[in-house]
Design a protein. Structure first.
Length: 456
């Protein structure tokens, strides 16, 4: 099929810095000036006769085709931007001015390379966005998810992972990994793991396959099934905390410029992670008991009020268990406070085993603990859990070279039976706990003394 070509073209068209295209009604290139090689990497001979949209980055093809239809419908366009895959596999951002020649049945367009401008704008936007994410993300995973979204706007990303490195243990972990299809098996890829190791231990960004002087990225990548990988270290003032790993779309390849760009972004990411980690640590210190890791008194009271408010609406039941360890003072006196701390940590661990995930276990102070049971149907349910606690805590424990039995006294308060407010329930449970302790003291001498060293 014959393609229409202009009879004469001004000689100076080949001197223009912008690329001039003529595209027929079927989308095939019938003319392009010499500037196309500087912008796209292809000579005019390599593009003429080809369908122009085949050079467009796959993600941009639908909207590019829609734009072409508007131009062919007689609506000239200035300033439309899309992205193309260069001959070397890198991405070019292009701004178009185009119109339709009805007489010639040709789309005539001028393409300007705006890659550097778009990159600079994207970097500035990314810097602000990462800083904002450090303040607004709910947790570190939320921050990593936002960083993934930001980076995907800078370079083509099929897969993305955050790797964290523990210098003390030598352990590599992946708190965040995801690809474009939602798969999280990226880190099983040996290329990804090798890249992580190279980046972290070398403290330098790395590009796979490596670009060789005078070679095209597509040539190098052909040996790796057309895949392109890029990794940059997350370097703090003291050490390397981890790395960012990205994999490109099939057929698109990272360049040295992409490596420099991601390295710049990584410094912003490090600052954001450190800020988020500091925020999380301060929050943990404000909300959790430093010795046992349990929610502290303030958190417990807050959860208690929320649970009671919900139970009032639902007309449901809840329970508070108040407990302390019998003769705990003797542990501190005979084995020392360090041993006493170990006992409290073991009590906390066992208590969490006795309740459901939605229940709350809190250390109020000393050897006093309180348990909030959010869902009970009958009073017997609370007593059943209290008995489980007595049994589990009563199992022997090896502490500081001694075998101990940690016997608790437990008091129970039921909502709404023993009060409608948190203070009433805590007071009732506390009184019940002391009553249980007095009953033990009044009972005949027991065979085993609570919380006392036992012979092996």
């Amino acid at each position: 099929m014959d393609m229409k070509t202009p009879d004469t073209l001004p000689d100076f068209a080949g001197l223009l810095l912008d690329a001039v295209f003529m595209v027929d009604v079927r989308g095939r290139v019938v003319y392009v000036n010499a500037a196309c090689e500087r912008i796209f990497g292809y000579t005019p001979a390599e593009m003429i006769g080809k369908t122009l949209i085949d050079f467009v980055l796959p993600e941009d093809r639908v909207r590019t085709w829609e734009e072409a239809m508007l131009v062919m419908a007689g609506r000239p366009r200035i300033g439309f931007e899309n992205r193309y895959v260069r001959k070397d596999g890198s991405i070019a951002s292009i701004m178009w001015s185009a119109r339709w020649s009805k007489d010639d049945q040709l789309r005539i367009g001028v393409a300007r390379d705006v890659t550097d401008r778009k990159r600079a704008e994207a970097l500035q936007t990314a810097t602000y966005a990462i800083s904002e994410a450090a303040h607004t993300a709910g947790d570190l995973v939320g921050l990593y998810r936002e960083v993934h979204r930001i980076i995907a706007k800078l370079v083509p990303v099929t897969s993305f992972a955050v790797a964290m490195w523990d210098e003390v243990t030598g352990r590599l972990s992946f708190p965040y990994q995801l690809d474009i299809q939602g798969d999280s098996a990226l880190v099983q890829d040996p290329v990804a793991r090798r890249l992580c190791a190279d980046v972290i231990h070398g403290r330098q960004p790395a590009l796979l396959p490596e670009a060789r002087p005078g070679s095209r990225a597509s040539d190098a990548a052909s040996h790796d099934n057309g895949e392109s990988w890029l990794g940059v270290p997350l370097v703090t003032q003291k050490n390397v905390m981890g790395a960012l790993i990205v994999k490109s779309h099939l057929g698109t390849f990272y360049t040295e410029k992409d490596k420099e760009l991601l390295q710049f972004v990584s410094t912003q990411v490090v600052t954001a992670i450190e800020r988020r980690q500091l925020h999380d640590e301060l929050l943990r210190l404000a909300q959790y008991d430093d010795l046992t890791g349990l929610p502290n008194r303030r958190v417990f009271y807050d959860r208690l009020e929320h649970v009671l408010a919900r139970k009032r609406r639902e007309r449901g039941r809840a329970a508070v268990l108040y407990l302390d360890m019998d003769d705990f003072k003797q542990i501190n006196d005979s084995l020392g406070h360090a041993a006493g701390d170990l006992v409290l940590q073991e009590v906390a661990r066992r208590l969490k085993q006795c309740v459901r995930e939605e229940d709350t276990v809190t250390r109020l102070g000393g050897d006093e603990f309180v348990v909030l049971l959010e869902k009970i149907q009958l009073p017997e349910d609370a007593e059943s859990i209290a008995e489980k606690i007595r049994t589990v805590l009563g199992q022997p424990a090896s502490i500081a070279g001694k075998v101990l039995r940690m016997v608790p006294s437990v008091g129970i308060a039921l909502y709404p039976d023993h009060g409608n407010r948190g203070e009433e329930l805590l007071k009732h449970a506390d009184n019940a706990m002391y009553a249980a302790k007095k009953n033990k003291a009044a009972a005949p001498k027991q065979a085993d003394a609570a919380c006392r060293p036992q012979e092996r």
